[in-house]
Write a protein that binds this ligand. Structure first.
Ligand SMILES: [Zn+2]
Length: 257
């Protein structure tokens, strides 16, 4: 009974359920949230992130992340949203995406990438992959996510202390809890978007190796470890995927009369 009431409530609040073929995941999916609502949710989270972390003040670096991100956004599977790419002044070695097109990289990770365009692109395209596959929003469609979401959507900007605490837990849920399958899927999509934007696809492997090294050297940093697990398996999968794409491409060339 409780479940039915909950479902009816979701219908009432969200208006409608959309059935949609997602090019990124190559499957038909059901969304409780329109793109418009997703962007609104992402914006609410983004405002909180930018209160919690300072933006990097080197404008040249901000321009660079925006330029590379914009190039990738132009070739990705979701072009109906406006993407934003920002560098956060913090030594954490990580990057993350919020629903609705908000992508952030910490300066700590940026520095490990040695200002290299292809490596930066590899990180950003992975995060764009999460957005195109709608990983966060799908998680938020679960009952746990729903409680957090209703607070954010309905009270963004005027939260009391308890609500703020719940929203913070929500942010952590979003940032830390991609499944293994989600990570593999974002990696696969990053290979695709890098290729389309003219970057070296093997940059994904190089970035994963950097993250693996970082994880070995600093195993107690929980954020990076939780969001980038199973790195060796991911490297293996990406290598296999790049090889498969290569074979498909060669086959296509061979079959052209
Ligand atoms: Zn990821």
């Amino acid at each position: 009974m409780k479940k039915i009431v909950c479902i009816i409530f979701i219908f009432l609040v969200c208006g409608c359920v959309q059935r949609y073929y997602n090019v990124a995941t190559r499957s038909e999916e059901i969304y409780f949230y329109s793109t418009e609502k997703e962007v609104k949710i992402g914006k609410a989270f983004a405002e909180r992130i930018e209160k919690k972390f300072q933006l990097e003040d080197d404008l040249l670096l901000q321009q660079k992340i925006k330029r590379i991100g914009g190039k990738l956004a132009g070739v990705c599977d979701r072009k109906e949203i406006k993407y934003s790419f920002k560098l956060l002044k913090d030594d954490t070695v990580n990057a993350f995406a919020l629903p609705g097109g908000y992508v952030y990289m910490f300066k700590g990770l940026w520095d490990k990438l040695g200002n290299d365009d292809a490596l930066i692109a590899a990180v950003l395209s992975h995060e764009i992959g999460h957005i195109c596959a709608r990983h966060s929003i799908k998680r938020l469609q679960t009952s746990v996510g729903y409680g957090i979401l209703s607070i954010l959507v309905n009270t963004a900007g005027r939260m009391n202390r308890l609500e703020r605490r719940k929203a913070t837990i929500g942010i952590n849920e979003l940032l830390l809890a991609y499944s293994r399958a989600d990570e593999f899927e974002a990696d696969r999509l990053s290979v695709k978007y890098l290729g389309k934007a003219g970057y070296e696809q093997t940059a994904v492997i190089d970035v994963l190796k950097i993250l693996r090294k970082e994880q070995r050297e600093n195993p107690i940093k929980p954020l990076a470890a939780a969001t980038h697990p199973y790195i060796s398996q991911r490297i293996k999968n990406v290598k296999q995927h790049i090889d498969t794409v290569q074979i498909e491409f060669n086959d296509y060339i061979n079959t052209v009369p």
